[in-house]
Design a binder for this molecule. Structure first.
Ligand SMILES: [Zn+2]
Length: 478
Protein backbone atom coordinates (compact mmCIF):
# COMPACT_ATOMS: atom_id res chain seq x y z
CA UNK A 1 0.00 0.00 0.00
CA UNK A 2 1.46 3.31 -1.04
CA UNK A 3 0.35 6.43 0.73
CA UNK A 4 1.11 10.05 0.11
CA UNK A 5 3.23 11.80 2.69
CA UNK A 6 1.32 13.58 5.40
CA UNK A 7 0.46 17.12 4.44
CA UNK A 8 2.73 19.79 5.79
CA UNK A 9 5.71 17.37 6.04
CA UNK A 10 8.19 18.41 3.34
CA UNK A 11 10.26 15.76 1.60
CA UNK A 12 13.93 16.59 1.70
CA UNK A 13 16.58 15.17 -0.48
CA UNK A 14 19.59 13.20 0.72
CA UNK A 15 22.03 13.60 -2.12
CA UNK A 16 23.29 16.45 -4.21
CA UNK A 17 20.11 17.32 -6.06
CA UNK A 18 18.18 20.46 -5.22
CA UNK A 19 15.55 20.01 -2.56
CA UNK A 20 12.68 21.22 -4.71
CA UNK A 21 13.58 18.96 -7.63
CA UNK A 22 13.83 15.82 -5.56
CA UNK A 23 10.74 16.64 -3.59
CA UNK A 24 8.96 16.99 -6.88
CA UNK A 25 10.37 13.74 -8.18
CA UNK A 26 9.34 11.88 -5.06
CA UNK A 27 5.89 13.37 -5.14
CA UNK A 28 5.59 12.48 -8.83
CA UNK A 29 6.77 8.97 -8.03
CA UNK A 30 4.27 8.63 -5.24
CA UNK A 31 1.47 9.91 -7.44
CA UNK A 32 2.69 7.66 -10.24
CA UNK A 33 2.69 4.65 -7.97
CA UNK A 34 -0.82 5.46 -6.90
CA UNK A 35 -1.79 5.47 -10.56
CA UNK A 36 0.05 2.20 -11.09
CA UNK A 37 -1.59 0.41 -8.22
CA UNK A 38 -5.03 1.61 -9.23
CA UNK A 39 -4.60 0.94 -12.94
CA UNK A 40 -5.97 -2.25 -14.43
CA UNK A 41 -4.50 -1.77 -17.89
CA UNK A 42 -0.84 -2.82 -17.91
CA UNK A 43 1.38 -1.47 -20.64
CA UNK A 44 4.09 -3.47 -22.32
CA UNK A 45 7.62 -2.59 -21.46
CA UNK A 46 9.74 -1.49 -24.36
CA UNK A 47 13.16 -3.04 -24.71
CA UNK A 48 14.02 -1.58 -28.04
CA UNK A 49 16.76 0.62 -26.66
CA UNK A 50 18.83 -2.33 -25.53
CA UNK A 51 19.11 -3.63 -29.06
CA UNK A 52 21.52 -0.79 -29.74
CA UNK A 53 23.83 -1.98 -26.94
CA UNK A 54 26.81 -2.99 -29.01
CA UNK A 55 28.44 -6.25 -28.07
CA UNK A 56 31.99 -5.40 -27.03
CA UNK A 57 34.63 -6.76 -29.34
CA UNK A 58 37.59 -6.06 -27.12
CA UNK A 59 36.01 -6.84 -23.77
CA UNK A 60 37.09 -10.27 -22.82
CA UNK A 61 37.89 -11.88 -19.53
CA UNK A 62 41.38 -13.25 -19.05
CA UNK A 63 41.61 -16.97 -18.63
CA UNK A 64 43.98 -18.91 -16.47
CA UNK A 65 45.50 -22.25 -17.19
CA UNK A 66 43.61 -25.13 -15.61
CA UNK A 67 46.85 -26.15 -13.89
CA UNK A 68 45.73 -24.15 -10.83
CA UNK A 69 43.26 -26.92 -10.12
CA UNK A 70 46.17 -28.85 -8.68
CA UNK A 71 46.13 -26.54 -5.63
CA UNK A 72 43.92 -28.31 -3.14
CA UNK A 73 42.49 -25.06 -1.74
CA UNK A 74 41.15 -24.19 -5.17
CA UNK A 75 39.62 -27.53 -5.97
CA UNK A 76 35.90 -27.35 -6.49
CA UNK A 77 33.79 -29.43 -4.13
CA UNK A 78 32.27 -32.44 -5.88
CA UNK A 79 29.29 -32.31 -3.52
CA UNK A 80 27.56 -29.52 -1.64
CA UNK A 81 25.15 -29.67 1.29
CA UNK A 82 22.23 -27.29 1.30
CA UNK A 83 20.03 -26.58 4.30
CA UNK A 84 16.30 -26.54 3.50
CA UNK A 85 15.45 -23.48 5.56
CA UNK A 86 11.68 -23.92 5.27
CA UNK A 87 11.88 -27.16 7.22
CA UNK A 88 13.99 -25.86 10.09
CA UNK A 89 12.25 -26.71 13.36
CA UNK A 90 9.55 -28.80 11.67
CA UNK A 91 7.79 -31.47 13.75
CA UNK A 92 7.92 -33.86 10.83
CA UNK A 93 9.24 -34.05 7.28
CA UNK A 94 7.19 -35.70 4.54
CA UNK A 95 8.35 -36.53 1.02
CA UNK A 96 7.61 -38.69 -1.96
CA UNK A 97 10.22 -40.96 -3.44
CA UNK A 98 10.84 -41.44 -7.18
CA UNK A 99 8.15 -44.11 -7.27
CA UNK A 100 5.68 -41.77 -5.59
CA UNK A 101 5.83 -43.69 -2.33
CA UNK A 102 5.40 -41.38 0.68
CA UNK A 103 8.03 -41.09 3.39
CA UNK A 104 7.82 -39.62 6.87
CA UNK A 105 10.47 -38.54 9.37
CA UNK A 106 9.42 -37.66 12.92
CA UNK A 107 11.21 -36.54 16.03
CA UNK A 108 10.30 -38.87 18.87
CA UNK A 109 12.07 -38.07 22.08
CA UNK A 110 15.51 -37.02 20.91
CA UNK A 111 15.68 -39.45 18.03
CA UNK A 112 14.66 -39.39 14.38
CA UNK A 113 12.23 -42.06 13.26
CA UNK A 114 11.93 -42.89 9.56
CA UNK A 115 8.57 -44.36 8.65
CA UNK A 116 8.10 -45.44 12.26
CA UNK A 117 11.52 -47.01 12.76
CA UNK A 118 14.34 -45.52 14.83
CA UNK A 119 17.16 -44.23 12.63
CA UNK A 120 20.75 -43.20 13.21
CA UNK A 121 21.21 -39.44 13.02
CA UNK A 122 21.34 -37.96 10.53
CA UNK A 123 18.72 -40.10 8.88
CA UNK A 124 19.61 -40.58 5.22
CA UNK A 125 17.10 -40.94 2.43
CA UNK A 126 18.38 -41.62 -1.06
CA UNK A 127 16.82 -39.22 -3.57
CA UNK A 128 15.38 -37.95 -5.64
CA UNK A 129 12.76 -36.90 -3.12
CA UNK A 130 9.90 -34.48 -3.68
CA UNK A 131 8.96 -32.26 -0.75
CA UNK A 132 5.79 -30.32 -1.51
CA UNK A 133 6.49 -29.18 -5.07
CA UNK A 134 10.28 -29.27 -4.98
CA UNK A 135 12.31 -32.22 -6.17
CA UNK A 136 15.79 -32.71 -4.77
CA UNK A 137 18.40 -34.98 -6.24
CA UNK A 138 21.10 -36.46 -4.03
CA UNK A 139 20.62 -37.54 -0.44
CA UNK A 140 18.10 -36.08 2.02
CA UNK A 141 19.58 -35.77 5.51
CA UNK A 142 17.26 -35.31 8.51
CA UNK A 143 18.39 -34.63 12.06
CA UNK A 144 17.23 -32.99 15.28
CA UNK A 145 17.49 -29.20 15.17
CA UNK A 146 19.39 -27.62 18.11
CA UNK A 147 16.51 -25.17 18.65
CA UNK A 148 13.90 -27.94 18.65
CA UNK A 149 12.13 -29.98 15.99
CA UNK A 150 13.93 -31.30 12.94
CA UNK A 151 16.15 -29.88 10.28
CA UNK A 152 16.69 -31.18 6.77
CA UNK A 153 19.54 -30.89 4.32
CA UNK A 154 20.21 -32.10 0.81
CA UNK A 155 23.61 -33.36 -0.27
CA UNK A 156 24.02 -33.24 -4.02
CA UNK A 157 26.53 -32.77 -6.82
CA UNK A 158 27.92 -29.26 -7.37
CA UNK A 159 26.73 -29.01 -10.97
CA UNK A 160 23.19 -30.17 -10.11
CA UNK A 161 23.16 -27.54 -7.36
CA UNK A 162 24.37 -24.83 -9.77
CA UNK A 163 21.62 -25.73 -12.23
CA UNK A 164 19.03 -25.50 -9.45
CA UNK A 165 20.39 -22.11 -8.37
CA UNK A 166 20.31 -20.72 -11.91
CA UNK A 167 16.70 -21.95 -12.28
CA UNK A 168 15.75 -20.20 -9.03
CA UNK A 169 17.76 -17.02 -9.51
CA UNK A 170 16.91 -16.30 -13.15
CA UNK A 171 13.76 -15.83 -15.19
CA UNK A 172 14.82 -18.76 -17.35
CA UNK A 173 11.87 -18.51 -19.74
CA UNK A 174 13.17 -15.27 -21.19
CA UNK A 175 16.90 -15.61 -20.50
CA UNK A 176 19.57 -15.88 -23.18
CA UNK A 177 22.25 -18.54 -22.94
CA UNK A 178 24.82 -15.84 -22.14
CA UNK A 179 22.81 -14.69 -19.11
CA UNK A 180 22.36 -18.27 -17.91
CA UNK A 181 26.06 -19.04 -18.36
CA UNK A 182 27.14 -15.88 -16.52
CA UNK A 183 24.76 -16.69 -13.67
CA UNK A 184 26.00 -20.29 -13.53
CA UNK A 185 29.63 -19.19 -13.23
CA UNK A 186 28.78 -16.60 -10.58
CA UNK A 187 26.73 -19.15 -8.60
CA UNK A 188 29.42 -21.83 -8.81
CA UNK A 189 32.10 -19.36 -7.73
CA UNK A 190 29.97 -18.10 -4.85
CA UNK A 191 29.37 -21.66 -3.62
CA UNK A 192 33.04 -22.63 -3.85
CA UNK A 193 34.26 -19.46 -2.14
CA UNK A 194 31.64 -19.59 0.61
CA UNK A 195 32.22 -23.25 1.45
CA UNK A 196 35.95 -22.61 1.47
CA UNK A 197 35.56 -19.68 3.88
CA UNK A 198 33.21 -21.58 6.18
CA UNK A 199 35.52 -24.54 6.45
CA UNK A 200 38.45 -22.20 7.20
CA UNK A 201 36.41 -20.56 9.97
CA UNK A 202 35.35 -23.87 11.48
CA UNK A 203 31.74 -23.26 10.48
CA UNK A 204 29.62 -26.08 9.01
CA UNK A 205 30.26 -26.51 5.29
CA UNK A 206 26.65 -25.72 4.52
CA UNK A 207 24.85 -23.44 2.11
CA UNK A 208 21.45 -21.90 2.85
CA UNK A 209 18.77 -22.23 0.19
CA UNK A 210 17.61 -18.62 0.40
CA UNK A 211 18.64 -15.02 0.52
CA UNK A 212 21.51 -15.59 2.96
CA UNK A 213 23.32 -17.54 0.24
CA UNK A 214 21.67 -18.40 -3.07
CA UNK A 215 18.09 -19.26 -3.92
CA UNK A 216 17.78 -23.00 -4.52
CA UNK A 217 14.47 -24.69 -5.12
CA UNK A 218 15.76 -28.10 -6.17
CA UNK A 219 15.83 -29.53 -9.66
CA UNK A 220 14.15 -27.56 -12.42
CA UNK A 221 11.19 -29.66 -13.51
CA UNK A 222 9.85 -28.48 -16.85
CA UNK A 223 6.27 -28.81 -17.94
CA UNK A 224 5.32 -31.05 -20.84
CA UNK A 225 5.10 -28.35 -23.53
CA UNK A 226 7.74 -28.15 -26.25
CA UNK A 227 8.62 -24.62 -25.10
CA UNK A 228 9.11 -25.79 -21.51
CA UNK A 229 11.43 -28.55 -22.66
CA UNK A 230 13.36 -26.13 -24.85
CA UNK A 231 13.84 -23.77 -21.89
CA UNK A 232 14.98 -26.65 -19.67
CA UNK A 233 17.42 -27.81 -22.36
CA UNK A 234 18.86 -24.31 -22.67
CA UNK A 235 19.35 -24.17 -18.90
CA UNK A 236 21.09 -27.54 -18.84
CA UNK A 237 23.29 -26.65 -21.80
CA UNK A 238 24.35 -23.36 -20.17
CA UNK A 239 25.40 -25.12 -16.97
CA UNK A 240 27.19 -27.87 -18.86
CA UNK A 241 28.99 -25.37 -21.10
CA UNK A 242 30.43 -23.67 -18.01
CA UNK A 243 31.12 -26.84 -16.03
CA UNK A 244 34.03 -26.27 -13.66
CA UNK A 245 34.42 -22.59 -14.62
CA UNK A 246 34.89 -20.16 -11.77
CA UNK A 247 35.95 -16.55 -11.39
CA UNK A 248 39.28 -15.91 -9.71
CA UNK A 249 40.84 -12.79 -8.24
CA UNK A 250 44.52 -13.43 -7.98
CA UNK A 251 44.95 -16.81 -6.34
CA UNK A 252 41.54 -16.77 -4.63
CA UNK A 253 38.03 -17.46 -5.70
CA UNK A 254 36.36 -14.17 -6.62
CA UNK A 255 33.88 -12.66 -4.16
CA UNK A 256 31.23 -13.43 -6.74
CA UNK A 257 28.34 -11.51 -5.22
CA UNK A 258 25.41 -10.71 -7.42
CA UNK A 259 22.12 -8.94 -6.97
CA UNK A 260 18.81 -8.30 -8.71
CA UNK A 261 19.19 -4.70 -9.93
CA UNK A 262 21.85 -2.10 -9.15
CA UNK A 263 19.91 1.05 -10.01
CA UNK A 264 22.49 2.48 -12.45
CA UNK A 265 25.90 1.74 -10.94
CA UNK A 266 27.18 -1.24 -9.00
CA UNK A 267 29.08 -0.78 -5.74
CA UNK A 268 32.51 -1.71 -4.45
CA UNK A 269 32.70 -5.02 -2.59
CA UNK A 270 35.07 -3.39 -0.09
CA UNK A 271 32.47 -0.71 0.73
CA UNK A 272 29.35 -2.83 1.07
CA UNK A 273 31.00 -5.88 2.63
CA UNK A 274 33.51 -3.95 4.70
CA UNK A 275 33.61 -6.51 7.51
CA UNK A 276 34.46 -9.36 5.14
CA UNK A 277 36.91 -7.11 3.34
CA UNK A 278 38.70 -6.35 6.60
CA UNK A 279 38.54 -9.75 8.27
CA UNK A 280 39.61 -11.80 5.29
CA UNK A 281 41.61 -9.15 3.52
CA UNK A 282 39.35 -10.06 0.66
CA UNK A 283 39.31 -8.02 -2.48
CA UNK A 284 36.29 -8.15 -4.71
CA UNK A 285 34.70 -6.40 -7.63
CA UNK A 286 34.69 -2.63 -7.82
CA UNK A 287 31.63 -0.70 -8.92
CA UNK A 288 30.92 -0.21 -12.62
CA UNK A 289 28.27 1.69 -14.58
CA UNK A 290 25.26 -0.39 -15.57
CA UNK A 291 23.72 1.08 -18.71
CA UNK A 292 20.60 -1.03 -18.48
CA UNK A 293 19.66 0.16 -14.99
CA UNK A 294 20.78 3.74 -15.72
CA UNK A 295 18.46 3.93 -18.73
CA UNK A 296 15.57 2.52 -16.77
CA UNK A 297 16.20 4.86 -13.85
CA UNK A 298 16.21 7.84 -16.23
CA UNK A 299 13.00 6.60 -17.87
CA UNK A 300 11.24 6.15 -14.54
CA UNK A 301 12.42 9.55 -13.42
CA UNK A 302 11.03 11.21 -16.56
CA UNK A 303 7.71 9.37 -16.40
CA UNK A 304 7.46 9.99 -12.66
CA UNK A 305 6.64 6.41 -11.78
CA UNK A 306 8.26 3.00 -11.64
CA UNK A 307 7.95 0.86 -14.75
CA UNK A 308 5.01 -1.51 -14.55
CA UNK A 309 6.75 -4.60 -15.89
CA UNK A 310 10.26 -4.15 -14.54
CA UNK A 311 10.07 -1.56 -11.78
CA UNK A 312 13.38 -0.23 -10.60
CA UNK A 313 12.09 2.33 -8.08
CA UNK A 314 10.41 1.43 -4.82
CA UNK A 315 8.81 3.11 -1.83
CA UNK A 316 8.33 1.33 1.47
CA UNK A 317 7.29 2.37 4.95
CA UNK A 318 8.46 0.90 8.23
CA UNK A 319 5.62 1.05 10.78
CA UNK A 320 6.18 2.25 14.36
CA UNK A 321 6.02 -1.38 15.55
CA UNK A 322 8.64 -2.42 12.96
CA UNK A 323 10.84 0.44 14.09
CA UNK A 324 10.44 -0.60 17.74
CA UNK A 325 11.49 -4.14 16.80
CA UNK A 326 14.46 -2.80 14.84
CA UNK A 327 15.41 -0.69 17.86
CA UNK A 328 15.44 -3.84 20.01
CA UNK A 329 17.49 -5.75 17.44
CA UNK A 330 20.21 -3.11 17.58
CA UNK A 331 20.07 -2.55 21.35
CA UNK A 332 18.31 0.83 21.34
CA UNK A 333 15.96 1.74 24.21
CA UNK A 334 12.93 1.86 21.89
CA UNK A 335 12.32 2.85 18.30
CA UNK A 336 14.93 5.14 16.71
CA UNK A 337 14.18 8.87 16.85
CA UNK A 338 16.12 9.72 13.72
CA UNK A 339 17.35 7.60 10.81
CA UNK A 340 19.89 8.81 8.30
CA UNK A 341 22.92 7.82 6.30
CA UNK A 342 26.21 7.68 8.20
CA UNK A 343 28.33 6.71 5.19
CA UNK A 344 27.52 6.64 1.50
CA UNK A 345 29.49 5.63 -1.56
CA UNK A 346 30.21 7.75 -4.60
CA UNK A 347 26.88 6.77 -6.14
CA UNK A 348 24.95 7.77 -3.02
CA UNK A 349 24.25 4.22 -1.83
CA UNK A 350 23.80 4.08 1.93
CA UNK A 351 26.65 1.98 3.31
CA UNK A 352 26.17 2.71 7.01
CA UNK A 353 23.07 4.06 8.68
CA UNK A 354 22.84 6.06 11.91
CA UNK A 355 19.99 5.17 14.28
CA UNK A 356 19.52 7.86 16.92
CA UNK A 357 17.76 6.76 20.09
CA UNK A 358 15.45 8.93 22.21
CA UNK A 359 18.24 9.43 24.74
CA UNK A 360 20.44 10.92 22.03
CA UNK A 361 22.78 7.96 21.64
CA UNK A 362 23.55 7.04 18.06
CA UNK A 363 24.02 3.50 16.80
CA UNK A 364 25.87 3.25 13.51
CA UNK A 365 25.36 -0.02 11.64
CA UNK A 366 25.96 -1.30 8.12
CA UNK A 367 22.90 -0.63 5.99
CA UNK A 368 22.84 -4.31 4.97
CA UNK A 369 22.21 -5.19 8.63
CA UNK A 370 19.28 -2.80 8.72
CA UNK A 371 17.99 -4.43 5.52
CA UNK A 372 18.26 -7.84 7.09
CA UNK A 373 16.40 -6.69 10.22
CA UNK A 374 13.68 -4.85 8.27
CA UNK A 375 13.36 -7.55 5.63
CA UNK A 376 15.29 -7.75 2.36
CA UNK A 377 12.01 -7.40 0.48
CA UNK A 378 11.15 -4.21 2.41
CA UNK A 379 14.32 -2.14 2.23
CA UNK A 380 15.11 -3.47 -1.21
CA UNK A 381 18.43 -1.74 -1.68
CA UNK A 382 20.83 0.76 -0.16
CA UNK A 383 20.26 3.10 -3.11
CA UNK A 384 17.93 5.28 -1.01
CA UNK A 385 16.92 8.46 -2.78
CA UNK A 386 14.75 10.16 -0.16
CA UNK A 387 13.07 9.52 3.17
CA UNK A 388 10.13 10.86 5.15
CA UNK A 389 10.94 12.25 7.65
CA UNK A 390 14.24 13.54 6.29
CA UNK A 391 17.38 12.36 8.15
CA UNK A 392 17.54 15.61 10.11
CA UNK A 393 13.93 15.39 11.30
CA UNK A 394 12.59 13.30 14.18
CA UNK A 395 10.14 10.47 13.58
CA UNK A 396 7.81 11.67 16.36
CA UNK A 397 6.45 8.18 16.94
CA UNK A 398 5.32 7.73 13.35
CA UNK A 399 6.59 5.47 10.58
CA UNK A 400 9.63 5.92 8.36
CA UNK A 401 9.22 5.95 4.61
CA UNK A 402 12.07 5.36 2.20
CA UNK A 403 12.21 5.75 -1.55
CA UNK A 404 14.96 3.95 -3.43
CA UNK A 405 15.91 2.23 -6.64
CA UNK A 406 17.24 -1.18 -7.49
CA UNK A 407 17.10 -4.40 -5.52
CA UNK A 408 19.89 -6.01 -3.59
CA UNK A 409 23.28 -5.04 -2.21
CA UNK A 410 24.58 -3.70 -5.52
CA UNK A 411 27.87 -5.66 -5.62
CA UNK A 412 29.07 -7.71 -8.59
CA UNK A 413 26.80 -8.95 -11.35
CA UNK A 414 23.56 -7.01 -11.77
CA UNK A 415 21.05 -9.62 -12.90
CA UNK A 416 18.80 -7.12 -14.65
CA UNK A 417 21.80 -5.61 -16.40
CA UNK A 418 23.15 -9.03 -17.38
CA UNK A 419 19.76 -9.86 -18.86
CA UNK A 420 19.82 -6.84 -21.13
CA UNK A 421 23.47 -7.31 -22.09
CA UNK A 422 22.73 -10.93 -23.03
CA UNK A 423 19.84 -9.75 -25.16
CA UNK A 424 22.12 -7.24 -26.82
CA UNK A 425 24.43 -10.05 -27.89
CA UNK A 426 27.11 -9.90 -25.21
CA UNK A 427 28.76 -13.21 -24.41
CA UNK A 428 28.80 -14.60 -20.88
CA UNK A 429 32.54 -13.91 -20.67
CA UNK A 430 32.00 -10.27 -21.64
CA UNK A 431 29.16 -9.88 -19.12
CA UNK A 432 31.34 -11.30 -16.35
CA UNK A 433 34.31 -9.15 -17.38
CA UNK A 434 32.08 -6.10 -17.09
CA UNK A 435 30.64 -6.79 -13.64
CA UNK A 436 33.78 -8.34 -12.11
CA UNK A 437 36.55 -6.08 -13.42
CA UNK A 438 39.97 -7.52 -12.76
CA UNK A 439 38.72 -11.06 -12.24
CA UNK A 440 39.85 -13.98 -14.36
CA UNK A 441 38.02 -17.04 -15.56
CA UNK A 442 39.53 -20.43 -14.82
CA UNK A 443 38.52 -24.05 -14.89
CA UNK A 444 39.00 -25.69 -11.52
CA UNK A 445 37.42 -29.08 -11.69
CA UNK A 446 40.47 -30.73 -13.17
CA UNK A 447 38.68 -31.13 -16.47
CA UNK A 448 39.90 -30.47 -19.97
CA UNK A 449 41.07 -26.99 -20.90
CA UNK A 450 38.18 -24.71 -21.78
CA UNK A 451 36.81 -24.46 -25.26
CA UNK A 452 37.41 -20.76 -25.66
CA UNK A 453 34.74 -20.34 -28.27
CA UNK A 454 32.00 -21.38 -25.89
CA UNK A 455 31.97 -18.45 -23.50
CA UNK A 456 32.95 -15.81 -26.04
CA UNK A 457 30.33 -16.45 -28.63
CA UNK A 458 27.77 -13.78 -29.27
CA UNK A 459 24.28 -15.09 -29.49
CA UNK A 460 22.82 -12.69 -32.02
CA UNK A 461 19.95 -15.01 -32.89
CA UNK A 462 18.96 -15.28 -29.26
CA UNK A 463 19.20 -11.55 -28.81
CA UNK A 464 16.78 -11.00 -31.66
CA UNK A 465 14.48 -13.69 -30.36
CA UNK A 466 14.52 -12.12 -26.94
CA UNK A 467 13.16 -8.80 -28.18
CA UNK A 468 9.90 -9.84 -26.57
CA UNK A 469 8.27 -8.16 -23.57
CA UNK A 470 10.45 -8.55 -20.54
CA UNK A 471 9.18 -10.20 -17.44
CA UNK A 472 10.03 -9.24 -13.90
CA UNK A 473 13.05 -11.18 -12.70
CA UNK A 474 12.20 -13.79 -10.12
CA UNK A 475 15.54 -13.42 -8.43
CA UNK A 476 15.51 -13.11 -4.70
CA UNK A 477 16.26 -9.61 -3.49
CA UNK A 478 19.52 -9.62 -1.78
ZN1 LIG B 1 22.17 -2.73 -13.02
Amino acid sequence: MVRLPPSGRPLRHLGGLPLGLLSGLLLCSLLGLLLVVTSCAPRRASVGSMASEAAPRSKSIRREAPAQATHSHLRLPAQVTVELSGLRGADEVRWRGPDGRPGLAELIGSGVFLNGAASPSPARVRGPVTIEDRTYDGILLIMPCPEGGLEARVQLGLEAYVEGVVASETSIWSATSAELEAQAIAARTYAAATLRQRSENGAPALLADGVMDQAFGGRHTPGSSARAREVADRLTRAVQATRGFVLMRGDRFEEARYHAACGGHTSNFSDVFRKEHRERNAAGPTGVPCSSCARRAARESSQGAPDEKRPLGWIEELSPSSLARIGRVFGLPGAPRRIGPARTDAGGRWLDVALEANDGTVKRIPFEELRRAAGYGVLRSGAVVATVPAPSDPLLGGGWRAQGKGRGHGVGLCQEGARDLGRAGWSSAAILAHYYPGATLARHDGGAPPDRSVLDRHSKAEAAQAAAPMTLASAADR
